[in-house]
Design a protein around this ligand. Sequence first.
Ligand SMILES: Nc1nc2c(c(=O)[nH]1)N[C@H]1C(S)=C(S)[C@@H](COP(=O)(O)O)O[C@H]1N2
Ligand SMILES: [Mo]
Length: 158
Amino acid sequence: MTLAELDLTGDLSRPARLTVPDLLVLPQHRVAVSFECATRGVQRHEFSGPRLHEVLAGAGPSFDPVRRKDRLRFLITVTGKDGHHAVLSWAEIDPDFAGAAVLLAVTIDGTPLDASGPQPVLPQDRCGARHISGITAIRVDGTYGSGAPAPAGRAHTG
Ligand SMILES: Nc1nc2c(c(=O)[nH]1)N[C@H]1C(S)=C(S)[C@@H](COP(=O)(O)O)O[C@H]1N2
Ligand SMILES: [Mo]
């Protein structure tokens, strides 16, 4: 069986390429979720895996850990191989802010995700669309609002 690989990239001092076995060395949490899909109705699943916050904190995001405000501009982008993607904010998963119990699941309904790859699980979401399967990359980006000029033609005219 081929292990699916996931790139942790972006503003990190320790970017990594991760597989399910790599994530099994972290403390594992279990969660049962029920989410509503606009097209397929209520879906129930049980997931297990490490906290996404612990995985990303371990990769050394480039903010000053003692200055809470420094983290607020960080975005987390999750990309699936089918092109489905979503963003989270760092503050959403940071225990000093919203502290959502987001997992990077390595099992779904008792089945290991070794071959298909880890899956983000956001128990606080009503809609299931951020439970992205087949993810290839998670990017941590701290450059939002860094003072870069707006793209040409998009000036703030009020
Ligand atoms: N890669 C990928 N993941 C995805 C989607 C998608 O289009 N692509 N759709 C999402 C939506 S809208 C829902 S409701 C759930 C459905 O998950 P399930 O099939 O495990 O119930 O998957 C989510 N994950
Ligand atoms: Mo959905």
